[in-house]
Design a protein around this ligand. Structure first.
Ligand SMILES: [Zn+2]
Length: 930
């Protein structure tokens, strides 16, 4: 028989031809299933991390398609925003690093690269690349619906969406602190950041220490600790400045002077002061008296004002820095001044914690965690000493801050809670107070409540992310929603501004449902009334192209709401939550149009390190597909972790996945045409297959791609191996195997659709496997007794093998000794017992057991251990109805003798004359090798 070889590139070519328009999905009589995934920002080539983001929804789409649903899986490209403008500028300026990235890593041809001085050319180029590579990965996307977010038609849709947001009072103008890039002269969104996307803007109180005719402001989150300040810290290697801030002299770092100027202060720098010149100088504050400035190098000039007040009794860093100086013999008269009592941390909490943890110096990696621990403990259960008012810390903190602001010249300074925060242009991002800035009012409690209500009704996968969504809704503050620079839709109420990228990508899932149809209408005709009609069913006079609008209305209502949205977990804190806010407003009062579920992904690693294009630590998806094949990439990404877990791409592991697919292919090709008569073992094989079908289905119902592959690939492969072994060399299996192959190919097709299509053709399956019916477990083929019998045999074979290894003699015969009926009785009593400790008493109630004395109590102990070891799917049926062990082994005698090459005897343990035989237990015969 001529068997066609495993040839992935050939299968891919074959499938692409068949699939050309297959996944274009229209409303039908079938029930719909609509999934979508956060669309990409195509400013560079896709890497394997992107691959998983789009392959997971594709596997799910393929699964539901085979389950008989009408599936919609669309894709578009998000080209809004400033990053690409920066890239084009850097390319125009011949920036070597950027050109290297695009020319060498992304392999953009020179003539194309020359056009990259126009930002739109960049995104259009990579959008086409994305589509090409996504197709190469076998994604079953309806490409008719593709759009980019600067299409005039899409802009009309955004204007309509924003009209609703505005009318609902969610779009406001005001002054707020925002992340700001002074090079781009633009607020900075998460997508514009190279580093620090988790950084939040927090409010510090500046404590104003008097230094001659000037102030030295120190930023703190804990103003109440002023009573425990023993000194200030200055960095002797830093250059400070004396500046007039709102007319008063301040001494701060150079960096701080720049920041203050962005936060509603007039700043005029007068002179520079070396940090070393500040050391040993005296400062004072009415709440702590006169103290000294001490030198330390941990003070970062880029953190707040660059000067730090030291509270060694309550801050581990301060405590250690002081201890270091004192161990060198300096400043020995300074003692920590405790002011907060907190249970479990001794007299001086920072000292207590540092000594307990055994921390030797400032460099210890545990310092941050320790600092956080003390801060939290003091905030939640600490109280100020009586002489400082005796209030709980959480109350005293605000009181002291207010007092300082009113009486002691304190002001607020905004700063990030972590560093560095770096813009894509390479500049350090600062906090700026923006005036006349437009915001989305996410702080509005009523709006938040609408989102919370919606979240309770949504399916969130995995369930643990629910808490993170809740936290985000609570924490969200007003969001600067316009930008001066970039690509995008003009802001309707100030056309010098653009709607920023995270604010124009929140309801586009609804737009997908009509994206292919609306292209046929001139964008000038697309008034808000048109969209009101399509999406909200609001009728109005003189609507253009009424027939086309009706068709769109119908199609929207068929698909919407979407069933599941997929995205990486780093979008929970912005996009995934924003989209619910926007849906709640646009579709207010239409509960039936609100999103139904979300699936959140883990992150991708490359050889154990975080993938990052800018750092060059990526493996391009296209290279992966070329080197290993689309199916291999898919199966590796789906099988190495569940979608919400992080995965690690390693070429050597991917290579072994390729070998697995080849093994699967060869096995199907070799067994599909078997024609033998069914044996007993076929009943077992088909029974097992039903369980694999059920478990694979259940796993995919729950988006567990890894679990599904374990069942459908490894589960069936292991069974087939055992089946072959049981049949012996001369028999190549029964005609039942054709059915098994058909099921197997369908179960794996969502994961490896290219190989799947080819094998489906080889199996003479009808149509495309992509639309073949998903296998359904047949309860009639489930045979628990056959499975138990085979499990007993397999376990016994394993036992024989391990004993043989242990004793290391060439055996002459094997005896299998079977447990007597009374031990089965004990087994059943124990398995049924609710309290296993009472079970011996229970057994001894029986007259015949009492007669057996110690034998019975020993057997009870052994049975208890055995029951703990056996899986529940064995214990339950065995306890209900004992397996006829003699029959199992007699009928497998020939198999056993062939396996081990010696005569096999099957005997009853009692009366066999073997001492060892007496240890035989139910489902665990004793084995005697001679
Ligand atoms: Zn910038």
């Amino acid at each position: 028989m001529q068997v066609s070889q495993f040839d992935l590139p050939a299968f891919e070519e074959e499938a692409h031809e068949k699939w050309t328009h297959s996944f274009e999905s229209n409303p039908s009589k079938l029930e719909k299933f609509y999934i979508n995934v956060a669309f990409p920002y195509p400013s560079g080539a896709m890497h394997v991390g992107h691959g998983r983001t789009y392959i997971v929804p594709d596997v799910i789409a393929r699964f539901w398609r085979m389950k008989g649903k009408q599936v919609l899986f669309p894709m578009a490209f998000h080209v809004t925003g400033a990053p690409v403008v920066g890239i084009s500028k850097r390319i125009a300026n011949k920036d070597e690093k950027t050109i290297r990235l695009y020319r060498d890593l992304y392999r953009v041809p020179q003539n194309v690269l020359e056009g990259f001085t126009d930002p739109l050319t960049i995104v259009k180029h990579f959008a086409a690349e994305y589509q090409r590579v996504m197709t190469a990965c076998g994604l079953s996307i309806d490409w008719r619906r593709r759009f980019i977010t600067v299409d005039p038609t899409y802009s009309k849709f955004i204007e309509w969406q924003w009209k609703h947001l505005y009318e609902a009072g969610h779009v406001i103008k005001g002054a707020h602190p925002v992340r700001y890039c002074t090079v781009d002269d633009n607020p900075v969104g998460d997508h514009d950041l190279l580093e620090g996307d988790k950084a939040e803007v927090i409010k510090f109180t500046l404590v104003m220490f008097r230094y001659g005719d000037a102030f030295i402001p120190c930023a703190t989150l804990r103003p109440e600790t002023i009573h425990g300040v023993t000194n200030l810290w200055a960095n002797p290697t830093v250059t400070y400045v004396k500046a007039l801030v709102d007319g008063k002299a301040w001494i701060v770092s150079k960096e701080a002077a720049e920041k203050l100027a962005l936060q509603d202060h007039t700043v005029e720098i007068k002179e520079e002061i070396k940090g070393s010149d500040l050391v040993d100088k005296k400062v004072s504050h009415p709440l702590c008296g006169e103290i000294t400035i001490l030198p330390v190098e941990f003070v970062d000039p880029d953190m707040a004002t660059g000067m730090v007040m030291s509270v060694p009794a309550h801050a581990p860093f301060d405590y250690i820095a002081l201890r270091d100086l004192q161990q060198a013999g300096k400043y020995k008269d300074i003692k920590p001044i405790p002011l907060i009592k907190v249970e479990g941390y001794g007299e001086v909490p920072a000292q207590f914690a540092v000594e307990k943890a055994g921390i030797l110096n400032q460099m210890d990696s545990r310092m941050d965690a320790l600092t956080q621990e003390i801060y939290s403990a003091e905030f939640s259960k600490g109280k100020l000493f009586e002489k400082y008012g005796g209030k709980p810390v959480r109350v005293a903190r605000d009181d002291v801050a207010l007092l300082m602001t009113e009486k002691y010249d304190s002001v607020v300074m905004h700063e990030f809670d972590q560093r560095p925060v770096v813009c894509r242009c390479g500049n350090k991002v600062k906090v700026k107070i923006l005036h006349d800035q437009w915001f989305l009012k996410y702080s509005d409690p009523a709006w938040k409540q609408q989102v919370k209500d919606q979240l309770t009704d949504m399916a969130l996968v995995p369930p643990e992310v629910r808490a993170e969504f809740d936290r985000t809704v609570d924490w969200l503050k007003d969001w600067a929603c316009t930008r001066r620079v970039g690509l995008g839709t003009k802001f309707p109420w100030d056309t010098t501004q653009l709607i920023e990228p995270l604010s124009d990508s929140t309801v586009y899932m609804a737009y997908y449902t009509i994206a292919h149809r609306i292209k046929e209408i001139d964008s000038k005709l697309l008034t808000p009334e048109v969209f009101d009609y399509i999406f909200l069913g609001k009728k109005s006079e003189d609507l253009p192209e009424k027939k086309k609008l009706d068709a769109m209305r119908e199609e929207f209502l068929y698909w919407y709401p979407y069933d599941f949205r997929f995205s990486a977990k780093d979008l929970i804190s912005n996009h995934l939550t924003f989209q619910i806010f926007h849906h709640a407003t646009v579709f207010e009062g239409q509960k039936n149009l609100m999103p139904k579920g979300m699936v959140v992904f883990g992150m991708g690693l490359l050889n154990g390190a975080k993938m990052s294009s800018s750092k060059g630590n990526v493996f391009l998806l296209e290279d992966a597909v070329t080197e290993f094949g689309g199916d291999t990439v898919r199966m590796f990404l789906m099988g190495s972790a569940e979608p919400w877990q992080d995965f690690d791409w390693r070429n050597e592991l991917v290579l072994s996945t390729k070998k697995q697919i080849e093994r699967f292919y060869n096995t199907v090709m070799e067994t599909k045409d078997a024609g033998g008569e069914p044996h007993d073992i076929d009943r077992w094989l088909m029974s097992r297959l039903q369980a694999h079908i059920a478990k694979t289905t259940e796993a995919l119902d729950n988006f567990q791609t890894r679990q599904a592959l374990q069942e459908s690939y490894f589960g069936i492969e292991t069974d087939l191996k055992w089946y072959r072994r049981r049949l012996g060399k001369d028999c190549d299996g029964s005609r039942e195997l054709h059915e098994l192959c058909s099921v197997w190919v369908r179960l794996l097709s969502p994961f490896i659709p290219f190989t799947g299509e080819h094998l489906w053709k080889e199996l003479a399956g009808e149509g495309l496997v992509s639309f073949a019916p998903w296998p359904v477990a047949n309860a009639k083929l489930v045979n628990v007794r056959a499975e138990l019998a085979e499990e007993l045999l397999a376990r016994t074979v394993e036992d024989i093998e391990s004993i043989r290894k242990l004793i290391q003699i060439t055996p002459k015969a094997i005896t299998i000794a079977l447990a007597p009926a009374w031990k089965y009785q004990i087994f059943q009593t124990i398995a049924a017992a609710t309290d296993r400790n009472m079970v011996v008493k229970e057994i001894m109630k029986d007259e015949s057991m009492r007669k057996r004395g110690k034998d019975a109590t020993d057997a009870a102990k052994q049975c208890t251990t055995l029951i703990h070891r056996l899986p529940p799917h064995v214990v339950e049926p065995v306890a209900k109805e004992p397996v006829n062990e003699r029959q199992v082994f007699e009928s497998a005698k020939a198999f056993l003798e062939q396996e081990f090459g010696v005569p096999v005897h099957i005997v009853d343990a009692e009366g066999s004359g073997h001492v060892k035989a007496l240890t035989a237990l139910p489902f665990k015969p004793s084995i005697i090798i001679e």
